[in-house]
Design a protein around this ligand. Sequence first.
Ligand code: CTP
Length: 429
Amino acid sequence: MTSVTTYAIMREMPEVTNLADKMENQLPAELVNFMRVAGGIATKQGQSLYLVGGVVRDLLLGKANFDLDLVIEGNAIELAQQLAEIKLGKMTTHPQFNTAKIKWSKWSVDLATARAESYAKPGALPTVKPSSIESDLSRRDFTINTMAVCLNPNRYGELIDLYGGRDDLERRLIRILHERSFIDDATRIWRGVRYEQRLDFQMERNSLELLRRDTPMLGTISGDRIRYELECVFQEQEPEKVLRRAEELNVLQRLHPWLRGNGWLADKFKAARKRASPGLPPFGFYIALLAYHLSNEQSEHLISYLRLSKAVAQIVRDTAYIKTKLKALADPELSRSSIYRLLHSYSQPAIIANLLASESPVACQHIEIFLSELRYVKSALNGNDLIKMGVPTGPYIKEILQRLHQARLDRKVTSKQGEEELVKGWIAI
Ligand code: CTP
């Protein structure tokens, strides 16, 4: 990396703070035990081991975060192998990155070898080489994410805060480490906005200026990486705040110039969370609502830029199709079978997104009827029953089944016997 102005001043003699008590009190005993054992093994291997990144930030903030990221000045895979040998968990390794993951019961810990990074060109993935904890921390995004805690027994709990991360936590500031940070990796623009809104912090003045200067660098990032950032936004408790700020900073418009993070979206996102369930996560609603006011052509552009998966792209497309049917759905005279016909072939998140977005109380009522009743309606007779009743095989069977289903939807028939009578009447004609 060329020489750059440093915004976060590296500390010569930081005061020694010990977080062992906080770790004991805030982290589950199994994780604390894991870190103590791992620290002991690292010492035997002559290596230094650290807890780093978001979990240290959240320990200091008193927020629950059990995603442990460990960095070793040495070899992460060797350490993981030893931990797996003493049956502390199941290991997977990525030798090309010199990283490993240990999993046991509901826990998962990431182990990485301390590394230095350089960027061949803006937006490219970095080239990495093994290094010291200091270089590892210096490559990171924001001061509040640069803190580490030593896990070796003789220094267990010792906080390493080279860039004033703790002060910035106290001042509630998001600060980059050097002036090329957003150029090296423009995904940090989205990350910064996300942290700012999640933690209710502010972007530090110089960092904000550089963020504004460097938003065009988002153009250097692949659609896949930007989609990942959007997925992270959608995992926040209140993604609408991030999107509002992203619009304010002209960051959202880099996804598509017509996207808005306004009050309408915020209201719809809040309502979407109330409709979400474990089987129906809010992600589908969020993307449908974000793209709601785009034309078909604009939606297609977003789908291909972000390389949305088939299923997610389908939600966006279905949302647009249903939108064209809202006028028909707003007819108070609409029969139950017509409501069914208008909605049944679309994905549920798209239907619910339209329910949330529609201005028409009648259309909303019809969509609710579809969701709560009509989509479950089935006729009692099947094709075999019809053949037994003397209906000739072939396309006629399908037609009769459809007519039966329609009669059921419109409550013209409510029992199997009633259906049989209807069929007898139809085949007698
Ligand atoms: N990181 C970085 N630049 C990025 C991505 C990540 O410097 N573009 C560093 C940060 O130090 C971050 C760490 O890698 O703390 C781990 O990244 P991630 O897991 O995305 O974030 P966490 O800090 O663990 O926080 P959270 O998941 O709470 O957002």
